[in-house]
Design a protein. Structure first.
Length: 498
């Protein structure tokens, strides 16, 4: 008789820490900076910003996950007779890093912050990323201040960026702002009363514009690792409306930055090849097979907005759609020979526009350079040599960093999943079949696929004589491979059990 799943779906903190420590060693990743780099970071915290233009009168606020310390962006929104004005301040890391210094070279080795279950490994020393450069409330900070002027439809008409002094009024969480939008608890007195309603208005206008231009947004549940008193647990969560609206402000800035770069033929773009016609045709066949009503006159982005990820069939489709775009990378402008890059190569397929990473310099290397490029373009100033020198190298640096970090974060997630399930072979769990795989010739009568478990919240491999795609089923844990961080389940239909 199979065991009943009574164990808490958590992994012990000590076990997770040991597993992550080993993975970091294997990946060659460490939080430690050299003494020289740390000394340079500490000295940089004493910078004098009094000569910068004073933008401290703008009542900016930050909106981030609860407890964040590396605050990249602060926002203030206005409405006027012509439309809207978005003020978006982004941390100015270039003032804290001397070009070609030991610290600068070590930052290039890292490329980005790594987020692991038990802690993050920051791109910059924490004295900078969580201290002197972070847009913490009630302290003066240097920042690139973007001013986006939008019309009544939320379309960008004009943009500008300057390096200036700013002061955030408050540090808000997504939950706080969402509660305000929903009519619950109000925001602190120092927060402009127009923030939440204008974020909603502008966010929804930008989402509508995204759909109209063919941009893609998948409503897939986000898998998160949460810390508890006893250990770590896995949960699936839906993004709040505020998170989606706030993301639109970041996307707006990234697209504005890309336009500046393309027009000046200098900078670094974030690229993603457009979906192929045959892949889109395949998705239409998947929708038809699942009984989803994708009307012929309906565009792909419009259809996606009709799907509810709590539905099993919609979840299957969204899982298939997640593989539609492949080959994300970076592209430096101009080409090595100085020529202009082809327009199709410049596009980000999922955003359906040209796009650049400039909104997260505390945790991503490329943004520091992109911000200075945009400032110089707007100021009609020559771009500094320390920027021009590194631009052609940034695609390789960032692509290698992404490969390394993605592999480590995936292995870390797998380790937590395996530790939660270790020793529970024979237990049964509720799950949804989200993918079927091609049948192997050496396994007659066996169907393999992928399932999404309810609790613990994870995806895993499953096998059985049959697998009902898109349906909720009960599966039995067959085995756990701790080394690979993988779990394997087995399914038996009611008929097979009789």
């Amino acid at each position: 008789m199979p065991k009943i799943a009574l164990q808490a779906n958590e992994a012990a903190k000590a076990a997770v820490a040991d597993a992550i420590s080993q993975l970091k060693i294997e990946a060659g990743v460490t939080e430690n900076f050299s003494p020289q780099a740390l000394a340079q970071a500490e000295r940089s915290c004493d910078i004098d910003i009094s000569d910068l233009p004073d933008k401290r009168d703008i009542p900016l606020v930050t909106i981030d996950p609860e407890g964040s310390r590396d605050l990249d962006q602060a926002v203030y929104l206005e409405e006027n007779d012509r439309g809207f004005v978005v003020y978006y301040a982004i941390a100015a890391l270039n003032l804290f890093v001397e070009p070609e210094s030991v610290l600068d070279l070590e930052l290039r080795e890292r490329g980005q912050t790594v987020y692991l279950p038990d802690a993050s490994i920051p791109l910059h020393p924490r004295v900078v990323s969580e201290g002197a450069a972070s847009l913490l409330p009630n302290v003066d900070r240097p920042a690139y201040v973007w001013t986006h002027k939008l019309n009544r439809e939320g379309e960008l008409e004009r943009t500008d960026v300057v390096l200036a002094q700013v002061r955030s009024r408050a540090q808000l969480s997504y939950v706080q702002v969402q509660e305000c939008v929903d009519g619950g608890v109000g925001l602190p007195n120092e927060v402009p009363s127009s923030l939440a309603p204008l974020l909603k208005t502008i966010g929804e206008l930008r989402i509508a514009a995204e759909v109209a231009r063919g941009g893609i947004s998948l409503d897939l549940p986000e898998q998160r690792i949460e810390s508890t008193d006893r250990g770590f647990k896995l949960v699936f969560r839906e993004l709040t409306q505020v998170e989606n609206w706030n993301a639109q402000i970041s996307l707006l800035t990234g697209m504005a930055a890309a336009k500046l770069m393309v027009d000046a033929n200098v900078g670094v773009l974030r690229t993603l090849p457009a979906a192929q016609d045959e892949d889109m045709a395949r998705l239409r066949r998947v929708a038809d097979a699942l009984g989803l009503n994708w009307k012929r006159e309906q565009t792909y982005p419009e259809f996606l907005r009709t799907l509810d990820s709590t539905s099993g069939t919609a979840l299957v489709f969204l899982n298939q759609a997640a593989g539609l775009f492949r080959g994300a990378g970076y592209l430096s402008l101009p080409e090595v020979d100085g020529t202009t890059v082809d327009a199709q190569k410049r596009l980000h397929g999922a955003i359906a526009a040209e796009y650049a990473h400039v909104t997260a310099p505390l945790r991503r290397l490329v943004d520091r350079y992109g911000l200075e490029v945009c400032r110089c373009i707007c100021a009609h100033e020559p771009i500094p040599e320390w920027v021009l020198h590194i631009l052609p190298q940034l695609p390789k640096i960032m692509n290698e960093s992404n490969r390394k970090v993605n592999a480590l974060e995936k292995r870390a997630l797998g380790a937590v999943e395996a530790l939660i399930l270790q020793g529970r072979e024979g237990e049964k769990f509720a799950a949804t079949v989200i993918e079927l795989r091609e049948q192997r010739e050496d396994e007659p009568g066996i169907v393999r696929g992928k399932i999404m478990l309810d609790d613990p919240a994870l995806e895993a491999s499953v096998s059985g004589a049959s697998l009902p795609l898109g349906e909720r089923i009960e599966v039995e844990l067959e085995r756990v491979d701790i080394t690979k961080g993988k779990s394997y389940f087995r399914y038996q239909s009611s008929a097979e059990k009789e």
